[in-house]
Design a protein around this ligand. Structure first.
Ligand code: ZN
Length: 453
């Protein structure tokens, strides 16, 4: 039913009031790619709480000031984590260091030696009977269906001293998966190990060759004070469209795709819209703490109060869109269809309406705000590197930033200008249904997001 949505129609005029020249999102996309290349090369990965993250965010704020803006810092504290000088080496059948990276929320541990045991998928009831786990280090397959939180807890219950989790991407990569999503310390150290080294250890164990490792962990949990960076472009109406992208990344690489891309897209909008006054207020938000559990967007959504928000657009690794997604909220579909139908070139997959969980749109949705994401695949040869050392600016062609920026800007302006869309929130019951209808409750429950109030 659309009645509630039509009743919310406001008195806005449909036209964009332009004070300056027509914005060129393509030209601004090129500027944004260059800005991102500087951030990546000058600061590296932007793990929330690190000096690199802080420095890069200050640099972004300076770049926005150079455009004539005054961005705001919205600070918050969350249970964070820092990587220390961890050491994991093989000592039997021969000595050599292993290529590993601790998963977030791994805690410090003094050096110890232990034999390695193959856990397979670590499905309860599927381990070989009589297999002794206490005091050993478990080697876990990438095909496990357990969450990090669950397998770490199970490992501790069985007396394992640590887990080596084999990476699901081949090619010497690490961190395909990450640590706790709720800020809890892992009860045993958990390390990502390359697929090649993990498979090798599995083969040795299958032939009953003894495998021993030595491990020393200095990474640690700590409270982290950080900030979201917010840039508000006041419109003729205080009703807002929020466009958010997480600024933080993992630390091993440069976080160019995840999510330097979204960081650049937001910058391109700011760059293109200098001197413009839009029908509605546009709020651009660079979130921190996304990778460790959506902390920045949770903070932003929790501080929304009853601000009149028309919709939130989330940009997390958005390449060139082939579809726009209303995330299960029917009331947003007509506006997206109106936009899609007036385009000269239609979207290959049009308007979708499928909710999904796992990025910064979720906290806004849980606050009753309508949200939008894009189906916008990034080429496999780039996306396979995300989270790891090789997520670097050379994997992100300027063309992707430019073409994606142009299409996302169209959707953003459609929501800014659509007079039939009012600022509107779902009831908690309707919000709950939005997640249960799409079967998302079990996954959200597994990472501590359910019940949500
Ligand atoms: Zn991301």
């Amino acid at each position: 039913m659309l009645t509630h949505f039509l009743l919310g129609a406001s008195l806005l005029t449909a036209a964009t009031a332009s004070v300056g020249a027509e914005p060129s999102f393509a030209a601004s996309g090129r500027e944004a790619h260059a800005m991102l290349a500087r951030l990546c090369d000058d600061f590296g990965g932007r793990l929330t709480g690190s000096a690199a993250n802080r420095g890069a965010m200050e640099q972004l704020a300076n770049e926005l000031r150079a455009l004539g803006y005054e961005p705001e810092w919205n600070t918050f504290t969350f249970p964070g984590w820092e990587r220390g000088d961890d050491r994991v080496e093989l000592i039997e059948p021969f000595a050599r260091p292993l290529r590993v990276a601790a998963l977030a929320y791994t805690q410090p541990h003094a050096a110890f030696d232990a034999v390695v045991v193959d856990l397979g998928d670590f499905e309860p009831g599927k381990l070989s009977p009589g297999l002794e786990l206490a005091g050993k280090v478990g080697l876990l397959s990438p095909t496990t269906r357990l969450t990090t939180r669950d397998f770490a807890r199970l490992a501790a219950e069985q007396g394992l001293r640590a887990v080596l989790f084999i990476n699901r991407e081949a090619g010497g990569q690490l961190l395909a998966r990450t640590g706790s999503f709720v800020g809890e310390a892992l009860p045993v150290p958990v390390y990502s190990i390359t697929q090649e080294e993990g498979r090798w250890l599995q083969r040795l164990l299958a032939r009953e060759r003894p495998v021993r490792v030595r491990m020393e962990t200095r990474s640690r949990c700590r409270d982290v004070e950080t900030a979201n960076l917010v840039l508000r472009l006041p419109g003729r109406s205080p009703e807002r469209v929020v466009v958010g992208a997480h600024f933080d990344s993992w630390d091993l690489g440069q976080g160019a795709l995840d999510n330097g891309l979204g960081t650049a897209q937001l910058f391109a909008f700011a760059h293109a819209l200098r001197g413009q006054t839009l029908a509605r207020t546009l709020e651009l938000v660079w979130f921190n703490g996304e990778e460790q559990g959506l902390w920045g967007s949770r903070h932003a959504a929790a501080t929304l109060g009853d601000a009149p928000v028309v919709a939130m657009i989330n940009l997390d690794m958005v390449g060139v869109p082939i579809a726009v997604n209303a995330l299960g909220d029917e009331s947003l579909v007509p506006a997206l269809e109106r936009w899609e139908q007036q385009r000269p070139a239609r979207m290959p997959q049009g308007v979708q309406n499928i909710n999904w969980f796992g990025s910064d749109h979720t906290p806004y949705q849980l606050a009753g705000v309508r949200a939008v994401t894009f189906n916008a695949p990034i080429p496999r040869e780039s996306v396979r590197y995300y989270h790891d050392l090789a997520d670097t600016i050379d994997k992100l062609p300027e063309k992707i930033v430019v073409e994606s920026t142009v299409i996302i800007a169209e959707v953003m302006l459609a929501l800014v200008n659509d007079a039939e869309l009012g600022a509107w929130r779902r009831t908690p019951a309707a919000t709950q249904k939005l997640f249960t209808d799409f079967g998302l409750e079990p996954r959200m429950r597994a990472v501590g997001y359910w019940p949500f109030r």
